[in-house]
Design a protein around this ligand. Structure first.
Ligand SMILES: Cc1cc2nc3c(=O)[nH]c(=O)nc-3n(C[C@H](O)[C@H](O)[C@H](O)COP(=O)(O)OP(=O)(O)OC[C@H]3O[C@@H](n4cnc5c(N)ncnc54)[C@H](O)[C@@H]3O)c2cc1C
Length: 212
């Protein structure tokens, strides 16, 4: 394989299709393994094939660079926001944060009993300060909510981080990313700032997939 980093894309052409499906890499080549986080779509050709793989089986894939989607170098805080399988590259960025710059993760799942993805790793990253704060929110529990809700709950913290030069990286479904964009626009309006301006400054980056 060529060199790759968390946030690059792995393209897989499943048997029975000529269209590659893309998966956001959670690991880099220096980790020594290739890691993706895949949501199983009901009836999905590629995700079904991947979930059915057994240890030792092989598949063909190629790497597509995605240099736009990774934290900028420097000491500015990084706010990571995602839902579901979108946690993959975000977990990779935290794993790489060995210099322990401030990193905040907002992530939404369904039920902590079944899909708290990366829970043990995130605990380790908090303990060794590669991760500054973890805010996980679940939609299918009593008084649950979505990641947008938790982001809005933390409006003043996010505004302060942005004033301190923070960058925002968003990964997950199109619907979630749209909700986050509206939430962040509302949070930034007292600063006379908006997502569009942050995007132009390279401080708001998205890796968005599908419509679900
Ligand atoms: C930049 C990028 C990054 C991505 N990163 C990730 C990632 O990290 N993790 C991840 O899980 N996904 C990611 N995706 C999504 C991924 O590429 C696939 O789209 C996803 O896995 C579904 O592919 P599939 O082959 O399983 O489903 P498909 O076979 O393509 O089907 C998709 C859905 O459509 C339905 N469907 C299929 N055919 C029909 C039909 N004829 N009529 C009605 N419904 C139909 C299926 O039931 C399924 O629910 C990413 C996408 C992009 C573009």
């Amino acid at each position: 394989l060529p060199r790759f980093e968390a946030g690059d894309l792995l393209a897989i052409v499943p048997p029975g299709s000529s269209q590659p499906r893309f998966y956001s890499l959670a690991s880099g080549s220096k980790d020594g393994f290739l890691e993706i986080c895949v949501r199983k779509h009901p009836g999905g050709l590629c995700s079904g094939m991947l979930h059915g793989l057994h240890p030792g089986q092989q598949i063909a894939a190629f790497v597509q660079a995605n240099p736009h989607f990774r934290p900028a170098s420097g000491k500015a805080p990084v706010i990571l926001i995602g839902a579901g399988a979108g946690i993959g590259p975000l977990a990779g960025f935290i794993r790489n944060n060995t210099d322990k710059y401030p990193m905040y993760l907002y992530w939404g799942g369904r039920d902590p009993a079944s899909d708290f993805l990366y829970e043990p790793e995130l605990g380790e990253y908090l303990a060794d300060r590669r991760l500054t704060q973890l805010h996980a929110v679940f939609s299918r529990v009593k008084e649950g909510g979505y990641v947008q809700d938790r982001v809005l709950d933390h409006a003043s913290q996010i505004r302060r981080l942005i004033e301190n030069g923070a960058q925002i990286l968003v990964c997950g479904s199109r619907a979630m990313a749209t909700g986050i964009m509206h939430a962040v626009d509302g949070i930034l309006s007292p600063l006379n700032l908006d997502v569009q301006t942050l995007k132009l400054q390279g401080r708001y980056r998205e890796d968005v997939f599908g419509s679900a």
